[in-house]
Design a protein around this ligand. Structure first.
Ligand code: 5GP
Length: 218
């Protein structure tokens, strides 16, 4: 952790299986809470239409990314879909300065690295309502082949195994409710009064319920 950590706000990490609706949920949270902003990651993937350098990502090539890894510039980094993604210490220190908070919208391997390196981080796992609904949502996007959807569901299953490393789990069954729950968690953590929230949004209980919903299906 850096020397000025005393003045830093809380890093909130949101991870979820692909197709859970994480980006939409996170955007709404940042729009509605003026004290939290997005952490801007580095990535080796190509810029998509409408994306802006420095706002959506810092776009770098792989040699540059690898150089930053060697220099220990990243709090966490991971490979996802054949591209590299990472959160730099610079992004963290800048974003948390003066007690402001950051939202790290990252995948599960990266979230686990944050867990290991930042005891002040709060990790939130977004769950889809069910595996069947996740499959429906992935199909509904119309961007992936059947094989790609099968692969994403397999990855989602593996990601679920990590849910015990998280502090909270929130189910995205309805966007408005899910955003409200996240805002409630963020505000309570900020005020240091989480009360029964950890129980209400217990990742272990949520995982059991989720697995149960799968087990009941024929
Ligand atoms: P996309 O390419 O669609 O923007 O992102 C692909 C995946 O990479 C998403 O799950 C996103 O949350 C994750 N991601 C974005 N930035 C980072 C990062 O800095 N670190 C890690 N570990 N994952 C990231």
């Amino acid at each position: 952790m850096s020397a000025n950590s005393a003045k830093q706000g809380i890093p909130f990490v949101v991870a979820a299986p692909s197709g859970t609706g994480k980006t939409t949920v996170c955007r709404r949270v940042v729009e509605r809470d003026g004290r939290i902003s997005f952490s801007v990651s580095h990535t080796t993937r190509r810029k998509r239409n409408g994306e802006v350098e420095g706002r959506d990502y810092c776009f770098v090539d792989e040699p540059e990314f690898r150089r930053l890894v060697i220099e220990s510039a990243f709090l966490e980094w991971a490979e996802y879909n054949a591209h590299l993604y990472g959160t730099s210490w610079k992004a963290i220190d800048r974003g948390l300065a003066g007690g402001r908070e950051l939202l790290l919208e990252i995948e599960v391997q990266g979230a686990r690295q944050v867990r290991a390196r930042r005891s002040d981080a709060r990790l939130i796992f977004l769950l889809p309502p069910s595996m069947e609904e996740l499959e429906r949502r992935l199909q509904g996007r119309g961007t992936d082949s059947a094989e790609e959807i099968r692969r994403r569901l397999e990855v989602a299953n593996q990601e679920l195994e990590a849910i015990g490393d998280f502090d909270y789990s929130v189910t995205n069954d309805d966007l408005k409710g899910c955003v409200a729950n996240l805002l409630e968690i963020i505000r309570a953590e900020r005020e240091g009064s989480v009360g029964e929230l950890r129980e209400r949004f217990s990742p272990v209980a949520a995982a059991e319920k989720f697995r149960g919903s799968r087990a009941r299906k024929p």
